[in-house]
Design a protein around this ligand. Structure first.
Ligand code: PLP
Length: 363
């Protein structure tokens, strides 16, 4: 199993993932840097990305990543020229776009024909790329890869793609297949998502069609970390607009969780000091940024006795929150704390104002 590090990555997370025996999927030089900085051996890292620069490829090949998931014809040529420079021929998997449409937000759907990712299976690009990679002495073509999208709930979408991949793997005779990540998680009360166990069982079922001994990988991100975290805010203002709605403003917002703005994602909210209070008061939870779009939860209910100064928690914020965060409005990023068996450990400190000018070049 490979952990897709873009869901949430810091030094402690990379260490934890490695200690748990997973490989790390890194999609940029920066993600690779953090993994190596954490002491993860390069051959436990897998390099992804639809536009890997020459520098990123050089960094990954020099470090010796386990394999590179090649995404384009340009990249095949880039790898060959790096080998000409004297670097070792890397193991490669090819990212295949299987032409599978999934039920999720358009921005995180990646397996359809109209995609910036991978080699298209339907139009012949995938087989053409396999021909080039297979014939090249400057790479070892070991496998194929697909990733059809993120926050996908329908197991049929995954098995559909997996069957297409199994057929292609049999045709090409490769020794490794990666079925990607993308398993959805329940964010709000009425959502139900398949468990990782259910999902794996279906994928293993599809993999039983593989004709020769094959290493099968999956690379989930969200389903590993999303529900492992909550975000704790403090309520700063409560504004009741009669006949309209009540706005609850907290001390964060789109800078620590841009998902509601990007995808219209929903969340729940509760008061950690009164977890059992009935949530009866309809409100909109917003951040402190200078735009009306800075919404954390468009419509939710909170306890009727919520007052300024209360803590307010949004659960299921472990994936694509901190990792997509920004310093918009020069709001400093919050700290990250790992908790386990009643103990707490700071793994990312709270940013200071000094951090905000760290890269500025003073005149
Ligand atoms: C984002 C991504 C994943 C992980 O997706 P999740 O939805 O977080 O499980 C896996 N593989 C690739 C190539 C990705 O881009």
């Amino acid at each position: 199993m490979i952990y897709a590090s873009k869901a949430f990555l810091c030094t402690a997370m990379a260490k934890l993932v490695h200690d748990e025996g997973l490989l790390l999927d890194v999609a940029t030089g920066g993600e690779l840097f953090v993994a190596l900085h954490a002491g993860v051996p390069a051959d436990h890292c897998v390099l992804h990305g639809n536009n890997k620069s020459v520098d990123e490829l050089r960094m990954a090949m020099t470090a010796g990543v386990r394999h590179i998931v090649v995404d384009s014809f340009d990249e095949l040529a880039r790898i060959e020229s790096l080998v000409d420079e004297g670097l070792t021929a890397p193991r490669v998997q090819l990212r295949i776009t299987p032409g599978v449409y999934v039920h999720t937000h358009e921005y995180i759907s990646t397996g359809q024909d109209d995609s910036k990712f991978g080699f298209n299976l339907g139009n012949g690009d995938a087989r053409r790329a396999a021909g080039i990679a297979g014939a090249s002495k400057k790479m070892r073509f070991v496998g194929i890869h697909c990733h059809i999208g993120s926050n996908v709930f329908a197991v049929e979408n995954f098995t559909h793609a997996a069957r297409l991949m199994v057929d292609l793997a049999n045709e090409l005779g490769v020794e490794e297949v990666t079925f990607g990540g993308g398993l959805g998680v329940a964010y709000v009360g009425d959502e139900r998502a398949p468990s990782i166990t259910d999902w794996s069982r279906h994928l293993l079922d599809a993999a039983s069609g593989l004709q020769k001994p094959t290493k099968v990988f999956v690379e989930p991100g969200r389903s590993i970390v999303a529900s492992a975290a909550v975000t704790v805010y403090r309520v700063g203002t409560i504004k009741e607009i009669p006949g309209v709605r009540t706005y609850v403003s907290v001390d964060g917002g789109m800078s620590d969780n841009p998902r509601p703005v990007l995808y219209g994602s929903g969340y729940e909210a509760f008061v950690p000091t009164r977890t059992n209070s009935a949530r009866t008061k309809p409100v909109r939870v917003v951040g402190k940024h200078c735009e009306s779009g800075d919404i954390l939860i468009s419509e939710t209910e909170v306890p009727a006795d919520l007052v300024v100064g209360d803590l307010l928690v949004t659960p299921v914020t472990g994936a694509y929150g901190h990792s997509m965060g920004s310093n918009y409005n020069k709001v400093t990023r919050p700290p990250v704390v790992f908790v386990r068996s009643g103990g707490a450990r700071l793994v990312v400190r709270r940013e200071t104002f000094e951090d905000l000018v760290r890269a500025d070049v003073a005149e």
